[in-house]
Structures are given as structure tokens and as C-alpha cells.
Design a protein around this ligand. Structure first.
Ligand code: FEO
Length: 403
């Protein structure tokens, strides 16, 4: 059952839909933790401004929540930060209730509205850096391309010292409260993981644009006291979430502690036995590590793996050669590493084969081609662990030292 939260976030009002019905975000990423869609209202002496809406399919819930706060006829502007339908999905219902609303957005937004929803509202394209005075507030629009589509913009409301960022600085999950400073450390730590998972899966392909946007905000010298994203928590400690986004998008931990992610697929236990030797060395060396395994009676979640890969220092991959290639689940992982994960990581490969080794060569070519550093590849015929145990141990010891 979805839940609606309406809360004062002075001078805004938050309209939040807690979606625990969704199972796969973008029909791809498993999120048992759920997600929220946040829209914000700003009452001004010249009328109300609405920033974004909710996901398509929740038009009824959105209009009911909105009408509980303000008569739609009092809304003067709708600012669309981003056209993905988890935020623009109830725009048509809103404009049916008040066709006089002027929609503000990136120039690309107009044609997307017409294409997605068959609507041609009153529309004003905003320029990067343009300011618009509404009653006692000044809205400054800032282009934030590829966060997470090319038409994405932020709005800085000067008098509120608030930055509205849509996808950026958001996260998966349904936080127990609205503001970062209302969560206990334990929940915040879980939230940090869901932030990394969200960044890697949703924004991963565009991570360099996170750093660009942060630099742009800093260069504008904005006095930001609050960040209001369209997923998850509102940040009253904006420096915190900016720091997380900055560090993780660069592929680093916030603490600076090195982390190794071990991920392997093993059909009959040969690869697993070899990788377990590597894990033993990580434990002996006291290295922070986390393991994801795909075996015949257990499969860890690739969506969660993404949240751990993004800020790893080193990655140990274990796979068998499979049909003259890489085991298909590991193939998917490697594709995601190439597409969405920062490449500032060293990779150690442990691979087995039955009659001919292919996976090692393929991984070296593809991962090096993508920009990863391949530390070493230990490839041997299934069943030959004893002859190779020493080589694995030495390689992992050396791998850890070079991180
Ligand atoms: Fe939350 Fe890119 O939409």
C-alpha cells in the first residue's frame, strides 16, 4: 500500500508518495526498500509554485493530496526539473484541473510533454542561470544536464536558501522521517547504502556529471541551507549529501578506507573454492571486504552489488569460462561495471575452465579497454586448486598492497 505524506518544510510544503508497491525500479533494479516521489509546493503572494509531480499511475493520489493543501486554481507555475515519468507522470491530471498553469522547464521539456502525454500547455523555456521573481521569492534555474537526462534543471530559491534537485542527491528507500537530521545513525547508515545503490544504478552512466554539477553550484556561490531532492530525504545538512555524492561519483569511499568487493559465479564449486582462498587472505590481511555470490542454491542481488561496487578500491572477479565466453551472470556484472561504475579500481580475476580458458583473456581485453587496471589474472583448469593455491594467496596479498 502506498502512503502519502504531506508536511511543512518551511517555506515549502512537501507532497511525498511512499511507493512500496514497486519491485523493480526502471523495470530492472530490485528495490525491496521502496522509493519516494517528492513534489514541493511554494506559496507566494503572487500564487503557488509547484515543483514536479509524482509517478505515472498515481494521478488520483496526487490530485487528492494536492487539493488537501491548495486549490489547483491557485497554482501559477509548475516547474518541471526532469521529464522521467516518475516525476512528470501526473502533470496531465494537474493541467486538466488548471489549464492556466504556466509550465517552466528546459527547452527540451516542451516537446517531451507533447510526446509523452499529448499535451501542449502554456510553456516557458528557462535559460541556464535565469532568475524569475514570484511574489517574495526569486527562483534561479540552473541547468544540470544528464542528472539524469539532458533536460534536467535545478532550481535555487534564493530567499529560502533552498536547492531543488530532482534526481540528484536522491536515494532509494522510504525513510522513516522527512529530514536527514531526524534519522538515527543506524538508519542513516542504511540510507547511505541506498544512496550509493541509487547513484550507481540510476545515474551511474552519467557519474562525471555529478562532479560537474557540484562544481557549477560552488562556482555560483549559492548559500544552500537545504537540498530538496525528488527521491528520499530532504537534507538540512546539505554539505553531507554533497560530500557523499562527490566522493562516490568519483568512485571513492567517504572515509578513505579501502574496500574490496568480491563477486563470483560458480556452477559446480571449483570457482568458489578458489575465490574462498582469496577471501581468506583478505581476512588475514584485515581488509574491508564484501562478497556477492551466484551459486546453484543462492544468488545475491546485482542491484545491491552496484551500491558496493561504486566506491570499491579493488574488485575480485571469479568466473568460469562458459560457452567460449564468461558465465552469463558475470557477463551482466562486467557489462554493468563497464557502463556504470567508475574505473579507478584495480581488478583481480580468478577463473577456471573445463577444456579451454577464454574468460581470462576476454576480461582482460574488455576491462582494460574500459579503463580498469587489471592487477592479475589467475586462470587454471577446474580441479587444480592445490597447484594454484599459492599463486592465489600471493596475488591477493600483492593486490591488497597496491590498492
Ligand atoms: Fe527519478 Fe530520472 O527520474
Amino acid at each position: 500500500m502506498v502512503r502519502v505524506i504531506v508536511r511543512d518544510v518551511p517555506p515549502f510544503k512537501l507532497l511525498r508518495l511512499d511507493d512500496d508497491e514497486i519491485r523493480y525500479f526502471e523495470s530492472l533494479w530490485l528495490i525491496p526498500e521502496g522509493i519516494t516521489y517528492n513534489a514541493y509546493l511554494l506559496p507566494t503572494s503572487e500564487g503557488w509554485v509547484l515543483f514536479d509531480t509524482w509517478k505515472v499511475g498515481y494521478e488520483g493520489e496526487f490530485m487528492e493530496a494536492l487539493k488537501g493543501v491548495v486549490d489547483p486554481s491557485k497554482i501559477k507555475y509548475l516547474v518541471i526539473h526532469h521529464m522521467e515519468p516518475d516525476h512528470s507522470g501526473t502533470v496531465r491530471a494537474l493541467l486538466e484541473a488548471n489549464p492556466g498553469i504556466e509550465v517552466l522547464g528546459h527547452p527540451m521539456t516542451k516537446s517531451m510533454l507533447e510526446s509523452f502525454y499529448g499535451i501542449k500547455p502554456r510553456f516557458r523555456a528557462v535559460r541556464d542561470g535565469e532568475e524569475l521573481r514570484v511574489g517574495e521569492y526569486t527562483m534561479k534555474f540552473i541547468y544540470a544536464p544528464w542528472l539524469h537526462w539532458p533536460e534536467t534543471i535545478f532550481t535555487y530559491v534564493k530567499e529560502a536558501r533552498a536547492l531543488l534537485t530532482c534526481d540528484a542527491f536522491g536515494a532509494y528507500s522510504i525513510p522513516s522521517s522527512t529530514f536527514d537530521d531526524e534519522l538515527g545513525e543506524e538508519e542513516l547508515e542504511r540510507y547511505r547504502f541506498w544512496t550509493r545503490k541509487y547513484m550507481a544504478t540510476v545515474i551511474g552512466h552519467y557519474l562525471p556529471f555529478v562532479g560537474n554539477a557540484i562544481k557549477k553550484i560552488e562556482s555560483l556561490g549559492l548559500d544552500i541551507r537545504m537540498i530538496l531532492p525528488s527521491h528520499g530525504l530532504i537534507w538540512r545538512r546539505p554539505a553531507e549529501i554533497i560530500k557523499y555524492y562527490e566522493r562516490w561519483s568519483a568512485g571513492e569511499t567517504v572515509s578513505g578506507v579501502k574496500k574490496v568487493v568480491v563477486v563470483y559465479g560458480s556452477m559446480y564449486g571449483f570457482v568458489e573454492a578458489a575465490v574462498k582462498e582469496a577471501i581468506k587472505v583478505l581476512e588475514e590481511e584485515g581488509v574491508l571486504h564484501v562478497t556477492y555470490r551466484f551459486v546453484d542454491n543462492h544468488r545475491d542481488e546485482i542491484s545491491d552489488l552496484m551500491g558496493d561496487l561504486i566506491n570499491a578500491s579493488g574488485i575480485i572477479l571469479g568466473t568460469a569460462t562458459y560457452e567460449a565466453g564468461i558465465h552469463p551472470l558475470m557477463r551482466f556484472v562486467v557489462n554493468l561495471m563497464i557502463e556504470k561504475i567508475p574505473k579507478n579500481k584495480s581488478v583481480l580475476v580468478i577463473t577456471n575452465y573445463g577444456w579451454g580458458g577464454v574468460a581470462g583473456k576476454l576480461l582482460k581485453k574488455e576491462l582494460e579497454g574500459a579503463g580498469y587496471k587489471i592487477h592479475s589474472i589467475i586462470e587454471f583448469r577446474a580441479g587444480q586448486l592445490e597447484k594454484n593455491r599459492g599463486a592465489i594467496r600471493e596475488a591477493v596479498k600483492n593486490f591488497v598492497r597496491t590498492l
